[in-house]
Design a protein around this ligand. Sequence first.
Ligand SMILES: *Cc1c(COP(=O)(O)O)cnc(C)c1O
Length: 227
Amino acid sequence: MSLARRLGEVRERVTAAARRSGRRAEDVEMVAVGKGHPVSALREAFEAGQRTFGESRGQELKSKYGQFGDGSVEWHFVGPLQTNKVRIVRPRVTLIQSFDRDRLVTPWLKGAEETPPALMQINIGMEPQKRGVPPEQADRVFDRWEEAGVRLQGIMAIPPMGEDPEAGRPYFARMREIGDHLSVRARRPLILSMGMTDDFEAAIEEGSTMVRIGRAIFGTRPKVGQA
Ligand SMILES: *Cc1c(COP(=O)(O)O)cnc(C)c1O
């Protein structure tokens, strides 16, 4: 199946899931995560109408941006950000989805007049191997980062992965609660970024407003992803 066709099918599934949750297709943004795939694949997706791309490694983002940094493409950073990669990532993205720890705050803000907006990553399954703010600290950390000057626009999570696409549902529901709560406190709508290839439909049904899809669009990753 061609990439354009796979992309079209994913879009249809996003639309159907959005409708099931009483929303429209436009209420759910789809980010195409092309990590490990060549720029030629991203170009194919672009030609099929995709405009927002996610990358999870600084050097790969830099290289793809250099080859495909067309002004009509937006880049999101979705992977673990090392402090020494901030200077590579910050000028190239319109959103960092993986702002995950206090220690990023100073390097992120340093030397920049205006920084791109960020999502606070939450370790919703409290998994030791995963990054993110513990759910019960969401309020406190959100406030702390916002006061420091991080432009927070929402939250993101990668829930525990099981065999069953339904396994993520309770975690998505919990994320929705945290998002709603933060949104009331912040007095503005917030992005809820959750849902990947194996579970994006359940995530949308539970209220996701942004899904990050890799394999369903680009196929299996040729290189092993570390993110
Ligand atoms: C790789 C990656 C994705 C895409 O994952 P798929 O399962 O291929 O859809 C989404 N989010 C993050 C943070 C990723 O690292």
